[in-house]
Ligand binder design. Structure first.
Ligand code: PLP
Length: 597
């Protein structure tokens, strides 16, 4: 991957816009998304439209044209008061514009007539921030004239705060805009369909106000892309703050002094630098500088400190982080950093696209075929470790009833210990591990196979034996290939003690699991809750060095051929243990009542 680059996660942007849209919609406010902060990147624009956004806004006509030429299907709003010299292009290339100058609107009218078009406008009202806007005292006068202009449709009014002077969009300011809207409608007998209250800085007003009044629109950029509220810099709940990540590479790493050596004059940018004496430190240089990005808007993901930057270098104190020459260092961005990075031709734009379910399944199936080929030739160096029944343990476990009579939930000794540690972790979370299955004899495996095959035969009576076998083999291994015969495989789910139910993993109803492609562990089309629960289950086992099956989120392997291939080992430790071996093993059962579900 090239560096420096900006990683753009479209899925996270889509999530943020959906969360904010439905939040604002809950009080009747529609949102327009402002694309200027991301240079109107068409990939981003398209994901916004796909997420339900109808109007895209930008301050530059060139950006609007870029989106149109890339085939983005939306209504386009120009949000910077148009240049009079560009009036014709405004009429031809945009659908709507924010305005504050009558002379400009007159020109828009002329070109609208010339091109037989109707151009929609929103009049901006000055409420104290002292950037664009008509003074409230002059608004009626302006509207009176605007209403006489042919080719111009007055869609509404709006205001912009918290930009030039940082004036907060308070309830008082918003109520003022509502009152102005009501009085205009009354006076001119018109209906204003858009009352646009502001930008991302309106979040706190929105969250705390009881009544949004007539405000029914906001124009949002920053909060959607960066997930925080600009007035305080606080993260907005449920949003991602890392949809954009800037990545730079370490080009030098040395122990050097924290203070320079010599007489100090002005630096490369004419400033007199100051230094804090921290003794000797690990100084790293990154190949990125203020020519690429507004460095003051960067927040490192690692525990490092930005000491300063030049045109082409950022100097950091690497502290205790494990960095070397060639390492990538990632940053989240504030708005200034986002805008400059997106604008920089030195920074490559890396779009991370959400994977479709079909593409994900194809990748998994390909991987699984490759995996099966390799497991077939994986050598086994049997370590003869014993099988122990999980029912002999004092671990807090729940057992799923088995079709096999007197099933004993046997696992290898090492696996037994791992399950013990996992069950302890779950105890602290108010949850319990459900053991569905562990060591299985060939006879047991055959039973499962036959059960599934007869179910499928009933479901698809026209299919041949071979076709049935193929479907069944997608989810149940033929007896001699099952890793469950090694004592290194465990099927597990999690029970929630508080809610008194099996967690939702996306394809289960309690213990019953529908066998389909959504059982592939990271399938994109399951609910967020199911994703979270699968993540928990997989993390518990993976932290104990298990590997999760490619196609079944509940199946975990350790020590056997499946595990050895996935972990790139030279050989597996656990081979198949046949019934005869297990029968002869001396197993003890204390008098216990097991918890079956
Ligand atoms: C930039 C801009 C916005 C969007 O501001 P964010 O802080 O990015 O939400 C809205 N309206 C106008 C007029 C703007 O110039």
């Amino acid at each position: 991957m090239p560096t420096p680059r900006i990683d753009i996660n479209l899925k996270k942007i889509a999530h943020n816009v959906k969360v904010l849209s439905s939040l604002f919609k809950s009080k009747g406010i529609n949102i327009i998304v402002v694309t200027k902060g991301v240079c109107a990147d068409p990939h981003i624009a398209n994901i916004l439209v796909k997420s339900g956004v109808k109007i895209l806004a930008d301050s530059r006509i060139a950006n609007i044209k870029k989106m149109q030429e890339a085939g983005v299907k939306a209504t386009f709003l120009l949000i910077r008061t148009p240049m009079i010299s560009q009036a014709e292009s405004v009429v031809l290339d945009t659908d709507m514009s924010l305005n504050s100058e009558l002379s400009v609107i007159k020109k828009l009218s002329e070109f609208a007539l010339l091109h037989r078009k109707v151009h929609k406008i929103i009049l901006m009202v000055e409420l104290g921030d002292l950037r664009e806007g008509i003074l409230p005292s002059q608004l009626e006068n302006t509207i009176k004239k605007v209403l006489t202009l042919k080719g111009i449709e007055l869609k509404g009014i709006g205001t912009n705060l918290a930009c030039f002077s940082g004036v907060k969009p308070t309830t008082e300011k918003m109520d003022m805009l509502s009152t102005i809207a009501v009085s205009i409608e009354k006076k001119f007998h018109i209906k204003l369909s858009i009352i646009s209250g502001g930008n991302s800085a309106n979040y706190n007003w929105f969250s705390t106000t009881k009544d949004v009044g007539r405000i029914n629109n906001l124009r949002l950029g920053e909060s959607i892309f960066l997930g925080y509220e600009p007035l305080t810099g606080k993260p907005i709940p449920k949003l991602y703050q890392d949809a954009f990540m800037l990545v730079a590479e370490v080009i030098e790493l040395k122990n050097k002094s924290s203070v320079p050596n010599g007489e100090i004059g002005l630096d490369a940018f004419g400033n007199k630098p100051k230094f804090k004496d921290q003794g000797m430190i690990r100084r790293a240089i990154l190949a990125m500088g203020v020519q690429d990005v507004m460095v003051t808007g960067l927040t490192p993901k690692l525990d490092i400190e930005i000491l300063g930057a030049g045109g082409d270098h950022i100097i950091i104190n690497a502290k205790k982080e494990d960095l070397k020459v060639g390492s990538d260092v990632s940053f989240t961005l504030k708005y200034g950093a986002l805008v400059t990075a997106m604008n920089s031709s030195y920074i490559s734009k890396n779009i991370i696209t959400p994977i479709s379910a079909a593409a994900y399944c194809t990748i998994i199936e390909e991987k699984d075929r490759f995996h099966k080929k390799n497991t077939a030739i994986m050598p086994i160096n049997e370590d003869h470790s014993p099988l122990i029944s999980l029912q002999d343990s004092d671990f807090n476990l729940i057992f799923e009833k088995s079709i096999q009579k007197n099933y004993r939930y046997l696992v290898r000794k090492e696996v037994y210990k791992k399950i013990g540690r996992i069950s302890k972790l779950l105890d602290n979370l108010g949850k319990k591990l459900i053991i569905r299955s562990a060591w299985r004899s060939f006879e047991h495996q055959q039973k499962l196979w036959d059960q599934k095959a007869s179910f499928m035969k009933n479901k698809y009576p026209k299919k041949t034996e071979e076709e049935i076998n193929e479907i069944v083999s997608m989810f149940i291994a033929p007896k001699r290939q099952s890793t469950h015969a090694t004592g290194g495989a465990v099927d597990a789910l999690i029970y929630d003690l508080r809610k008194k139910c099996v967690l939702n993993f996306g394809t289960n109803d309690g213990l019953h699991i529908d066998l389909n492609k959504k059982c592939y562990p990271k399938h994109p089309d399951i609910s967020e809750e199911a994703k979270k629960n699968r993540k928990l289950l997989m993390k518990l086992f993976e932290d104990e060095d298990f590997v999760c099956d490619h196609k079944e989120y509940w199946h975990f392997d350790y020590g056997n051929i499946g595990w050895a291939v996935e972990k790139n080992k030279e050989y597996a430790n656990y081979g198949i243990l046949e019934e005869s071996f297990v029968q002869s093993a001396n197993l003890q059962y204390p008098d216990k009542v097991f918890f079956y579900l």
